[in-house]
Design a protein around this ligand. Structure first.
Ligand code: GLN
Length: 192
């Protein structure tokens, strides 16, 4: 059965994520209210504007059900603002402190080939748009990629978060990671 993957759709570029997930054989569902989270096998917290997104999460009463879903081990992919929303100062689902707009005014947007540990197939073209980086992290957080010595891709168990926008290139490896893991959960397996 196709895994059902939610895309938080309060603000930001959620539609592109939904179509990538569909292309990979998953069943995407836009998430705007707590009921939309029921029965999900995976979730994407997209890029956008983290303050607006956090306010929307509070307004809609999504914080607690989102925490429950992710803490139950549901595979989760946060991208750009999604990384910020997942951090210690926001939902607290990833033991990191994200630094917003970390690359500074001069380099608000850029592309870079990053080496992502644990991902076969060579470097990944990463699109950074007013991106954060990980400023502090706990021991359980694994750094998968860095730019200029700053972590831009991290993983803590079922939660993967990247500072860039994987939905804006043709490289589907990060979404595939999510869909495969969500599929294991859906079909009764135990994701590694
Ligand atoms: N700069 C945005 C923020 O701080 C994140 C940018 C993005 O998601 N592309 O919320």
């Amino acid at each position: 059965m196709a895994p059902r993957i939610g895309v938080l759709a309060l603000q930001g570029d959620f539609e592109v994520h939904a179509s990538v997930l569909e292309e990979l054989g998953a069943e995407p569902r836009v998430v705007r209210v707590p009921e939309d989270l029921e029965g999900l096998d995976g979730i994407v917290i997209p890029g956008g504007e983290s303050t607006t997104m956090s306010m929307g999460i509070e307004r809609e009463g999504l914080a607690e059900p989102l925490r429950q879903l992710v803490e139950a081990g549901t595979p989760t992919l946060g991208t750009c603002a999604g990384l910020i929303v997942l951090d210690r100062d926001h939902l607290g689902l990833l033991d990191v402190r994200a630094e917003r707009n970390a690359f500074g005014r001069q380099v608000r947007s850029f592309e870079s080939d990053v080496e992502l540990r644990g991902l076969d197939g060579g470097t990944l073209r990463a699109v950074f748009i007013r991106a954060p980086w990980v400023e502090e992290r706990g021991e359980e957080v694994e750094v998968l990629a860095e730019v200029d010595g700053h972590p831009v891709a991290v993983r803590q168990g079922n939660v993967m978060a990247v500072a860039f926008h994987p939905e804006l290139t043709d490289d589907r490896r990060l979404h595939r990671w999510l869909v495969e893991r969500a599929g294991l959960g859906r079909n009764g397996g135990t994701p590694a």
